[in-house]
Design a binder for this molecule. Sequence first.
Ligand code: ATP
Ligand code: MG
Ligand code: MG
Length: 348
Amino acid sequence: GGTIGILGGGQLGRMMAMSAVQLGYRCIAYAPDGDTVAADVCDDVFTNRWDDTAALAAFAAKCDVVTWEFENVPIATAVAMPGGRIFPHPRALETAQDRLNEKRFVEGLGGKPAAYARVDSPGELMAAVDRLGAPGILKTRRDGYDGKGQWRIGSSRDADALRLPDAPLIYEGFVEFGAEFSVILVRGQDGEIRFWDSTRNVHEDGILSASLWPAGELVDAQVVEARRLAGEVADALKYVGVLTCEFFATHEGPIFNEMAPRVHNSGHWTIEGAATSQFENHIRAVAGLPLGDTATTAAGVEMRNILGGEIEGAHAFLADADSHLHDYGKREVREGRKMGHLTRLTRA
Ligand code: ATP
Ligand code: MG
Ligand code: MG
């Protein structure tokens, strides 16, 4: 037993807490904003601000170990947790929260990101488009998710017409990929690493729509190299817990897109489709327990996100005996919002 503190209160925290409860832990969440769906499975929720030092101290005092489910937890918040009792180490947040840092870090380990340029002014955007060419994607360096904070640039004329947001930016050359995939691994406190099978991930409008396994020849051929990089990232950060790296499979090999220092939407299929889910292994790692087997137990897996109003009537999907529904219990339905997911297994 013991108490696990989770920074953030969304569906990732909810599924993490469900695994923790199964293993005999109690969970409490620290979640200043939003629809805190993790509250359904947590004993307590702190809704104080991220910078409320008294509340953070009170939260930490209640926890044996702390982790996060949200990658934009302020560094100062993570650092306010007792050292050696927060996993992964906050340095992982620091690396991943800024797309420019993240790319430089991965290049330092021999990884290949898309061509990129730092952009802090309209002039720098024009120079970046001149140098790297178009099409490309302009992204905010921080705080983006589900494709938010991104602008497709088709030509220098598009770049010229764009009113730049008041935030640090990065311009990336558009990668002509054959497929997208993710490497999800868990690293234990003793440094042991285990990988789940890589799914092919399909995005629509910048939001993950489906994760499919088998992932196909193109992805399978690039997983070894992508795993080598992801493993080096994890080792370099002395990472503890589940780490995700997203890649584009191209004719020149795997191109690193971004990392998420946490459990990941493209790993939801592991709840039913793997011997041990990403959520359970994340909890095992942060709690210092032995890691579970990550092997895929089905012959095929298909995870589909349920967005917005599609959640209404989702029980109808269960007419298919091989489908499993996860409804996150969000109170507010918004268009494009992740409300739940469906995992369909092909039996082994
Ligand atoms: P997430 O919800 O995964 O954190 P995000 O908002 O951080 O998403 P990215 O992963 O950077 O966004 O981009 C979202 C999607 O947009 C990618 O999965 C990919 O489909 C497309 N995309 C992003 N960058 C590029 C690129 N340089 N070339 C081609 N496609 C891209
Ligand atoms: Mg991202
Ligand atoms: Mg992404």
